[in-house]
Design a protein around this ligand. Sequence first.
Ligand SMILES: [Zn+2]
Length: 305
Amino acid sequence: MNYNNRNYNNSETKKLVRGLMGTKYGPIILVLLIIMSAAIGYYYYINGGSSISADAYAEYHFIDVGQGDASLILTDEAAVLVDCGTLDQSDIVIDYVSRYTDRIDLFVFSHAHDDHMGGAANVIRSIPVDEVLMTSYASDAVFFEKALDAIEEYDVQVTEALPGGTYTEGDVNIKVFAPVTDYEDHNSNSIIMRVEVDGSSVMYTGDAEHRTEKDALDEYPYGMKSDILKVGHHGSSTSTCEAFFDAVSPKYGVISCGEGNSYGHPHREIKAFFAERELEYYRTDLVGDVVFTVKGGEITVNCGE
Ligand SMILES: [Zn+2]
């Protein structure tokens, strides 16, 4: 059948409906069709995406940077870096990223704290970066000023992360859920964003705490469901409230934190909560780098390689 030659105009649809209504089971079939399409639409609305397609390919790397965050997304079409740890860790991150790619299409700064972007200037000076995604909430810290200097010197495009905004980089689709307003501290102004590649998805949270999570949920009650959750604020009990966790309802979690860190991350409340929810989660302080590979419609996990 050649669909190109068929013209589904309004009057044909009317004819089809009239025809169906004229048959014995027509009205029932019509009602069932309407219910089915509504159910499918609702499912996608709630879940924010489709299931992983068989030919999908993506790698979600959570690089062990001690107490900090650094995540790399690799697909057939794009390389995206989300945070890069402290200045001290920048050589490790640059070496790690360089093993897989000679460019970064998009570099996301979750928020202006040095355990997330202390080494950003070094990264930009070492690996060509095409674009930076960040909020407008600035900092007067030296590492932040240096990152801005490097952005200017290397002519990197800067895009502002706005709540509800969607950003596409090749086959990587990003939706920003937070911050929905300006808060007075850096952690609260963390970007919460869902990254989707061919039906696979990760929720990145920076160091967002309960208030940011709840405000995002109020604004965007649906579409947060993700396969993997980068657990907020290194597993602090001030992050990952129950409502947010349920909205994401991840299959896997990753806690990026340093061995023996002075904050006690991850906090026991979070460990108890994840045990209660039977979440399969990985801690960089215990297993090193964590890599999720999406292939053949499935997600596999490798640690410490
Ligand atoms: Zn942090």
